[in-house]
Design a protein around this ligand. Structure first.
Ligand code: SF4
Length: 699
């Protein structure tokens, strides 16, 4: 296979947030679109994981939506675009007239591009509501909250390149890059460990990440198998150990006194919070031997440069903001911020989950994380847009579905599948069914689209161009081949048409995707210095304020972007999950994803290569629990929570801790999200996917 086909198109993998470059080539038959490696792609240098290599398999899949559909008497019928637009516009106008603008909700999507999400949130705001959100809410809303308020920007502080070169300790908590960010894990983290770095993994589950660091040198790989929901006690032991050792050996470099004095505030609060802290009890709460946590603390504190990676094991809790705040505390007291090889770095799950938030598809911020309730911000954006933006933050996506049929009566869903992705799926189904009107814009008939009134056939990632922003803030261009199905439309085209029909062409009709990017950068300070052409093949990291700026590989070299310019330290205390095991539900259910599947499986379940690896769901059960419940490896079991039940195959394994069961949300027939808890972190409004009380029985 040629590595550089003459007419191959350079674009970005549509799956995870690493943002690997790939090439695609279209044959004479438009449906014949094939993968080609991109040898000198900036992020991955030609390497690819199983998902990226199989990404073209969905482009000409027989299940593609190819015509607009309208539901009549409970059945879909094919419709013209004209009919579909008429229905959408008349229903949206009716809902606004009868219920006001907050009667609608809008879901953006991290599977779609910056320009598309930008236009969707502009459409919502022109409609008169801030009820617009995206799936960041489900994965890293708490991380974004903590990073934004304590450091300044809701994003990775550093970039892959500087981390690989400079970090000598990787602290990976609640993230599983071996499954979820395979190229980052193999190319950057594992490579660094092979060259001498140490990795400390904190996770209740032994997984591909654990095994990828098994290089025969156990002193450079620790796996702290923490109990789900006990990350604060574990990190508080780390912090307390570091503070105590500093008292004993003030010159040994346990903390960075100069950094604390000059660049932070709140250190006293942390010390007070930990003053009466009982380390032994906390280690027991965490389910990890005290001496192991102390050793991990020493390795982190004594590193020249230590980098924290944080994932959904940390963020998807009712204490998600505090979990991440404690990671920030650790980085700040040791001076591990503002230089290469350090920082607090969320690993983002989808190829544009960073960008979807950057461009303002969130209820509380306008493009560039500018607060919607700040008069000055609103005025500057209104000047460009030419209409008034509502000044109160809107509902988040889980709140929108909670309110469906109550205060929210219509929903516009672009590329999302909330019936599968939101917690307590039975409740979501009931709520979505109580809407007066829903439009779903997608490439396949998703479980959510089945409930819609109008379904619009969109084009795939490979058939259109635009920009996406990867996990380390690199804005990159995607480029497309010819459309495979004539009557499908690009998401941007659809949004322009709906916007123009509702509000007139001014502000909603653009010549091309570049024109939308031009307007985006006008209202989004962190993208302001980027030009569409200037992104080239390398892309640019934000912030990029002025044309010619090269973008920042790492943030906060001189000061933090907080009001005082100082990093905010704040001690936090343990808050158990909202649901803890009891007599009726004696186990802790936790969830995570598999390398071969992608979120709700809309695409990956249709890929023969990916689906073959894991055709159905399963649950990991510890051997002691299996014995107690009479479960043999391979038995079908019923897994129950207070919200529902699913039937899955049991996998008896020591990968999971005793008392904990682990499963995935990818499979419609038995999705973990029929069981998960929809209780929210009260600030970031992220649901507690990672800990629920459950029970199990052989069927
Ligand atoms: Fe795609 Fe992520 Fe795999 Fe790279 S690591 S090929 S971006 S799924």
């Amino acid at each position: 296979m040629s590595s550089e086909g003459d007419d191959a198109v350079k674009t970005i993998c549509p799956y995870c947030g690493v943002g690997c470059g790939i090439q695609i080539q279209q044959g004479e038959d438009r449906g014949d679109v094939n993968f080609r490696p991109w040898g000198d792609a900036p992020v991955n240098e030609g390497r690819i994981c199983i998902k990226g290599g199989a990404a073209t398999q969905v482009i000409d899949h027989e299940d593609r939506l190819t015509e607009p559909l309208i539901k009549e008497d409970g059945e879909f019928r094919e419709a013209t675009w004209e009919e579909a637009y008429d229905r959408i516009v008349s229903e949206m106008e009716r809902i606004r007239e009868e219920h006001g603008p907050d009667g609608m909700g809008f879901y953006g999507s991290s599977k779609t591009m910056n320009e598309e999400n930008y236009l969707l949130q502009k459409l919502a705001r022109r409609y008169g509501t801030n009820n617009v959100d995206n799936c960041t809410r489900m994965c890293h809303a708490s991380t974004v909250w903590a990073l934004r308020t304590s450091l300044g920007a809701g994003a990775m502080t550093n970039s892959m390149e500087d981390l690989e070169e400079a970090a000598d300790v990787f602290w990976i908590q609640g993230a599983n890059p071996g499954e979820q960010h395979p190229i980052a894990n193999s190319q950057y983290f594992r490579q660094a460990v092979l060259e001498g770095a140490t990795v400390i993994q904190v996770d209740p589950h032994a997984n591909k990440t654990t095994r990828s660091f098994d290089i025969g040198e156990t002193d450079r790989h620790m796996h702290l198998q923490v109990n789900p929901g006990a990350d604060i006690p574990l990190l508080n032991v780390v912090l307390k150990t570091i503070l105590e050792r500093h008292e004993e050996e003030p010159d040994a470099g346990w903390i960075d006194e100069e950094f604390i004095a000059e660049r932070t505030e709140g250190f006293e609060h942390l010390k007070e919070t930990l003053a009466d802290f009982d380390e032994e009890a906390a280690a027991e709460e965490a389910g990890v031997p005290l001496e192991d946590i102390e050793l991990a603390a020493e390795k982190y504190a004594m590193a020249n440069n230590a980098a924290i990676f944080t994932g959904m094991g940390m963020s998807q809790h009712t204490c998600g903001v505090d979990n991440v705040q404690n990671e920030i505390n650790l980085a700040l007291i040791t001076g591990n911020l503002g230089k290469p090889g350090t920082g607090v770095n969320p690993l983002r799950g989808q190829n544009n989950v960073q960008g979807t938030s950057d461009v303002g598809a969130m209820p509380n911020v306008l493009p560039g994380y500018q607060l919607v309730d700040d008069d000055e911000v609103r005025e500057s954006v209104e000047e460009v847009w030419g209409f008034e933006v509502p000044d109160e933050p809107g509902l988040t996506n889980v709140e929108i579905s909670h309110e469906a049929g109550k205060s929210v009566h219509g929903l516009y869903v672009m590329g999302e599948n909330p019936l599968m992705s939101e917690p307590d799926g039975n409740r979501v189904e009931e709520r979505l069914n109580s809407l007066e009107f829903m439009v779903a814009q997608d490439i396949f008939m998703t479980e959510t689209a089945e409930l819609a009134d109008v379904v619009l056939p969109a084009t795939t990632w490979a058939e259109r161009g635009g920009t996406v922003t990867n996990t380390d803030r690199r804005v990159q261009r995607m480029r497309g081949v010819e459309k495979v199905h004539e009557n499908t439309k690009h998401d941007l085209e659809i949004l322009m048409e709906v916007g123009s029909r509702l509000f007139g062409e001014d502000g909603f009709r653009f010549d091309d995707v570049e024109a939308v990017f031009e307007e985006l950068r006008e209202v989004c300070p962190i993208y302001h210095g980027m030009t569409y052409d200037g992104l080239g093949e390398e892309g640019l990291h934000w912030p990029c304020y002025e044309e010619g700026d090269e973008g920042d590989q790492f943030l906060y070299e001189d000061s933090f972007d907080t009001e005082s310019g100082l990093g905010q330290i704040e001690g936090v205390r343990h808050q158990p999950p909202a649901e803890v095991p009891d007599e009726e539900y004696p186990l802790i259910l936790t969830t995570a994803r598999l390398e071969e599947h992608y979120n709700t499986g809309t695409m990956s379940r249709r890929s023969p290569t990916l689906s073959r690896q894991h055709p159905e769901n399963f649950v990991d059960v510890h051997p002691n629990d299996a014995e107690r419940y009479g479960i043999e490896d391979g038995d079908m079991v019923q897994l129950r929570s207070r919200r529902g039940e699913i039937e899955v195959k049991a996998q008896v394994t020591e990968d999971i801790k005793e008392g904990v069961v682990w499963t995935t949300p990818h499979f419609a027939a038995a999705s973990a999200n029929r069981l998960t808890n929809d209780v929210l972190d009260d600030r970031a409004k992220i649901p507690e996917y990672k800990a629920a009380a459950a029970d199990i029985a052989v069927t």
